[in-house]
Design a protein around this ligand. Structure first.
Ligand SMILES: *Cc1c(COP(=O)(O)O)cnc(C)c1O
Length: 362
């Protein structure tokens, strides 16, 4: 730290976000299952749009993202005027904290919540506050008990990362109804598409003035490297977020490729059906060899071991076989490994290595 030149309070408390690693020294057959990426990559329509976008690199992009917002509105049945697009949903989370929380304010989220909530709250000078979960599941009563007159934002991911669990829409409604009047509820729907019959909370957003939904192209749509996310909220919130947003926060490459991905029905349906099939297969295999999992509604499973030491030893066994998963100690789950659902061969490799590991544990 410099003697006189200091950042705003809170900034130096931020621990840098660690992305899922992708390399193991000396191996070229590595499978990365640590960042919940789509194992099939981006779809063909997105790849073609990416190639076409190269012709317009000298042009400034649209400042209002009208094309992508119209496409999102049509695809999800939402009002385009109440959609905002950002560089990943991370940027929407950051806009929310910047706009609604500052020094003296509290940003509330659950115990095993996404690390970006804490990072964005601290970056805005606000105080991060956590509420306990019940059996690795969002606990509405605990969140309500932790809310105070200083609570400005409440984040819940549904389904949650890294647990994969979710709570019913009625529970979210109860939370929104009973929160103090100055608090805005943010429903992080990064994995909403994977949860069958779930709209990510869009209907709740339409029904109330204190709910915002965030979504992303990084998971189901296979575009984590492109950085496109979006939010849907009441008019008064979208108006505020647009004032914070830089006019050119998304490039024309990002806008065009995301829009193309939205129209790739074949890629979407293959990604969804393979994920559901292999996720349930992997969870069953793990349970059969004595590794507990909660029912996951996302594109990963959380494998729970006896203790932190066993989780670490299993992680080492997976790494030795070229499989990179995520040890989620930083999420308050030191006994667990979060495993992204890969393609069939990756899932079989994971099940085999963990099976062998558990046999040796006796
Ligand atoms: C992956 C993820 C996101 C998405 O982040 P992007 O910035 O859109 O890539 C948001 N929330 C949660 C809980 C996630 O796991």
């Amino acid at each position: 730290m410099h003697a006189q030149i200091h950042p705003q309070p809170g900034i130096l408390e931020i621990a840098l976000y660690q992305g899922g690693s992708s390399k193991i020294a000396g191996r070229d057959d590595v499978v990365k299952l640590s960042s919940n990426e789509n194992p099939f990559g981006a779809g063909d329509l997105a790849r073609m749009a990416y190639a076409r976008a190269g012709h317009d690199l000298h042009r400034y992009p649209s400042t209002d993202h009208a094309g992508l917002r119209e496409a999102l509105g049509a695809h999800f049945g939402l009002e385009p005027a109440r959609i905002i697009c950002g560089a990943g949903s991370d940027e929407i989370i950051s806009f929310l904290c910047q706009a609604y929380a500052g020094p003296g304010d509290e940003v509330l989220y659950s115990e095993h919540g996404f690390l970006m909530y804490r990072i964005s709250a601290l970056a805005a000078g606000a105080t991060p506050v956590t509420a306990p979960e019940r059996a690795r599941t969002t606990d509405v009563d605990a969140l309500l008990a932790a809310a105070t007159p200083r609570t400005k934002l409440v984040f819940i991911a549904n389904p949650n990362n890294p647990t994969g669990t979710m709570i019913p829409t009625e529970e979210i409604m109860r939370l929104a109804e009973e929160l103090p009047p100055q608090a805005l509820l943010v429903l992080d729907g990064a994995y909403a598409e994977y949860a069958e019959g779930y709209d990510g909370g869009a209907a709740l957003v339409d029904a109330r003035e204190n709910i915002v939904m965030t979504r992303t192209f990084s998971k189901l749509f296979g575009l984590g490297g492109l950085r496109v996310g979006w939010g849907y909220g009441p008019g008064h919130v979208i108006d505020v977020l647009n004032r914070v947003r830089g006019p050119f926060n998304l490039s024309n490459v990002q806008l065009d490729v995301a829009e193309a991905a939205l129209g790739d029905a074949a890629h979407i349906s293959r990604s969804l059906s393979e994920n559901a099939r292999l996720r349930d297969w992997l969870a069953e295999k793990l349970n059969a060899i004595g590794v507990a999992t909660d029912r996951s509604h996302a594109n990963f499973v959380l494998a729970r071991f006896r203790d932190a030491a066993q989780a670490e030893a299993c992680n080492a066994a997976l790494l030795a076989d070229g499989l990179i998963v995520r040890h989620v100690a930083s999420y308050g789950l030191p006994e667990a490994l979060r495993i992204t659902v890969g393609d069939e061969s990756a899932c079989r490799r994971v099940a085999y290595v963990i099976g062998t590991f558990m046999e040796q544990q006796g």
